[in-house]
Design a protein around this ligand. Structure first.
Ligand code: PGA
Length: 274
């Protein structure tokens, strides 16, 4: 729950300062995509509960299971794990078959929704316009948001990745005057690194995250930009997490494959807390 997250935040703020300017930014979020049965999901929650006391208190831990499991997992998840949805409807209550609203998610114990993941953009027509609509539904309902942005390989190769990310951010944040850093998270996920085993180098990630933070600073002011979490996603795993997170502007990760196994996920959480 967000309340739990915020308790963790205030604890972490009073702890000795580490290399990051603002420890409340640390988040490790898992994205199971279309993986795991309900029993495997419950087992994962049990294992995370067993590990809870070994995990750093300065990292918010979030997991996005498949939607059908959310309300059941809300009842058995450990208190340090925040539940997220991999998706949310762009429409409201009514005749929208197959959709689920931000209010429904909140009522099931879900605190965040991912918006604009590249797989949603690519396979399910989540255009920038749909992303804007989903953001506004979540803001209206009070559901937290993890906004994903990222460029495909051809854009990276053409050297226009910063322009593309700026375009995605301009579109997403266009009508927004301010954001609550406890409830709005940005994830940079280069598409060429998602599920490919090919990770952005620490320098590539660092450069983009600094670019995104300076974009946020221009939009919302430097104080707000310093409070916002920017996560890296794309083949982040125990072996490369520490190097990626050592960047001052990389506040943690959005983890796909490596979130499925609790021991891997916990190692990444440890790296985010260093
Ligand atoms: P990956 O996925 O860690 O398996 O590359 C990341 C994501 O899609 O969020």
């Amino acid at each position: 729950m967000i309340e739990v997250g915020l308790e963790v935040l205030s604890l972490s703020q009073s702890s000795a300062s580490l290399h990051k300017p603002n420890m409340m930014r640390n988040i490790v979020a898992g994205n199971w995509k279309s993986n795991k049965s309900i029993n495997e999901s419950r087992e994962w929650m049990n294992e995370m509960g067993d590990e809870a006391s070994n995990l750093p208190s300065n990292v918010r831990v979030m997991i996005a299971p498949p939607a059908p499991y959310l309300s059941s997992l809300a009842e058995c998840k450990p208190s340090n794990v925040i539940l997220a949805s991999q998706n949310v409807s762009a429409t409201g209550t009514g005749a929208y078959t197959g959709e689920y609203t931000a209010e429904m998610l909140l009522s099931c114990g879900v605190d965040f929704a991912f918006i604009g993941h590249s797989e949603r953009r690519e396979y399910y027509s989540d255009t920038n316009e749909v992303v804007v609509e989903k953001i506004s539904r979540c803001l209206e309902a009070g559901l937290g948001i993890v906004l994903c942005c990222g460029e495909p390989l051809e854009i990276r190769d053409a050297g226009t990745h910063q322009e593309m990310i700026a375009g995605q951010l301009e579109s997403a944040f266009g009508g927004i005057e301010d954001v609550d850093p406890a409830k709005f998270v940005i994830a940079y996920e280069p598409i060429w690194a998602i599920g490919t085993g090919r990770t952005a180098s620490a320098d590539q990630a660092g450069e983009m995250h600094t670019f995104i933070r300076s974009w946020l600073s221009n939009k919302f002011g430097s104080e707000r930009a310093e409070q916002l979490s920017i996560l890296y996603g794309g083949s982040c795993k125990p072996a490369n997490a520490s190097e990626l997170f050592a960047n001052a502007d990389v506040d943690g990760g959005l983890i796909g494959g490596a979130s499925l196994i609790t021991s891997d996920f916990c190692q990444i959480i440890q790296a985010a807390g260093e």
